[in-house]
Design a binder for this molecule. Structure first.
Ligand code: BJW
Ligand code: ZN
Length: 262
């Protein structure tokens, strides 16, 4: 384990004198924006909601209305949220690697793009997009259609696909579903080529995302983890800093910016 107490223990040349950087983020990065994580003991979504019923295709087939309404509830929380200092620090980090920078996120909230990050790969989809459960066609819904009183009266929840009449679902990746092929292929490629890899705010419990830090480490990247708690990545990371992403990342990026101009 390489848990360090202060960010000045991190070897800046190993992070700044390289031309390629990949960051992988998880729900912990959005926690300080007020969006619940999944596995945190008291506050995580899976401590209150049933994963099998709400985040699998089987759960949707069994009760599409329940799943649609749960995602409506989560959309309302996310719509009210704004990026936090961790998201903005990652925008500045991208500026330090003009040749090659990728931000791979498991988050579906779109906050990295809202903050201004450019090269974002959304591994698990985006909660504000929809698609048809039957034919997979993307479905655009008017802002006020989903969950409107009129639809509830007609019991058209979830809404119907205009192409085939199938149930509309959020365009996110549930358990037992493959990740978008291009996203995971690009993520593996960039993780295996980068020289600096940051893992921020993820329990690294869900595959295939959880394999990316291993891929980067095996290929020789310097691996830096930021999390409030140790995770499986802590065992093989070069540096783990325990603390909140919104507090650690701005300080670390500021130090990297200072180092890069000298
Ligand atoms: C802070 C903080 C702060 C808090 N600052 N830190 C290989 C081995 C074993 C199992 C599998 C395997 N391959 C596949 C599987 C099965 C399965 C899986 O991984 N299961 C595991 C649970 C064992 N994987 C899948 O099913 C995937 N599909 C797949 O592999 O398909 C194969 C296939 C091929 C062909 C045909 C069919 C299938 C799909 C996985 C989809 C995951 N989906 C979800 C839901 C998305 C939609 C939604 O939001 O509703 O994605 S589940 C949920 O977990 C969500 C997240 O993106 C994902 C990861 O969670 P994350 O981000 O790490 O959050 P937490 O809560 O776990 O952790 C938060 C962390 O932050 C904690 O560590 C805190 O300490 C920390 N933290 N505050 C810094 N302020
Ligand atoms: Zn359809």
């Amino acid at each position: 384990m390489a848990i360090i107490k202060a960010i000045d223990e991190i070897s800046l040349p190993r992070l700044c004198k390289v031309s390629s950087c990949v960051v992988m983020t998880g729900a912990g990065v959005s926690a300080e924006s007020g969006i619940p994580t999944f596995r945190d003991a008291q506050t995580g979504l899976w401590s209150r909601f049933n994963l099998q019923e709400l985040a699998t295709p089987e759960g949707f087939e069994a009760n599409p209305r329940r799943v649609w309404e749960w995602y409506e509830y989560r959309r309302r929380i996310i719509k009210k949220a704004s990026p936090n200092p961790a998201h903005y620090a990652l925008v500045r980090l991208e500026g330090l690697f003009p040749k090659e920078f990728w931000l791979i996120t498991q988050n579906i909230d779109g906050l990295h793009a809202s903050a201004g990050s450019k090269n974002v790969i959304e591994l698990h989809g985006n909660i504000f997009r929809n698609k048809c459960f039957r034919c997979s066609a993307p479905v655009e819904l008017a802002e006020d259609v989903a969950g409107s009183a009129e639809l509830q009266k007609r019991e058209e929840i979830p809404p119907r696909c205009p192409r085939c009449g199938g149930n509309v679902r959020p365009d996110v990746v549930w358990f037992n579903e493959p990740l978008p092929g291009e996203c995971i292929d690009k993520s593996i490629k960039h993780s295996s080529r980068c020289k600096a890899f940051f893992v921020v705010g993820t329990s690294a419990a869900v595959y295939p995302a959880a394999q990316l830090p291993t891929v980067a480490r095996r290929a020789g990247a310097c691996l830096v983890e930021i999390n409030t708690e140790p995770t499986p990545v802590t065992d093989y990371a070069d540096f783990t800093i325990l603390g909140k992403a919104g507090e650690i990342l701005p300080k670390l990026v500021e130090r990297m910016e200072q180092f890069s101009v000298t």
